[in-house]
Design a protein around this ligand. Sequence first.
Ligand code: SF4
Length: 122
Amino acid sequence: MYPSFDWERCIGCLACVRVCRGGALSYSDREGVRRITFEPRLCDGDFLCAEICPVKAVKPGEKPLKSSATFELARCERCGKLTEFTLKEVEWAKKKGYYDVFLCKECRKAFSAEKILSEGSV
Ligand code: SF4
């Protein structure tokens, strides 16, 4: 058995890439596009990828098929800088109610500092 990836369902979050011990899953971020690749000859079949996937995009498959998908990276809604999150991931997180406005790390820090300052001045 090999994992089979439903790339339509996948949000490009990299959780599976991070738990893959054999290196069968890899990714690159270039010019605002993330590519995730599955190389079955490096897969040890532990299915940690299926366990960790937040959207159940990994299922058992019979054939060892190499596959890959691309995802557009999201931009910070405040400064417009490219981030390390995909657009699909941000949309998914917003639907879940994890946040309303999507900000990069720097803007999150600046926003928190502004909030603390404004609360302190009241
Ligand atoms: S964990 Fe699931 S949603 Fe995240 S990149 Fe892997 S297959 Fe896609």
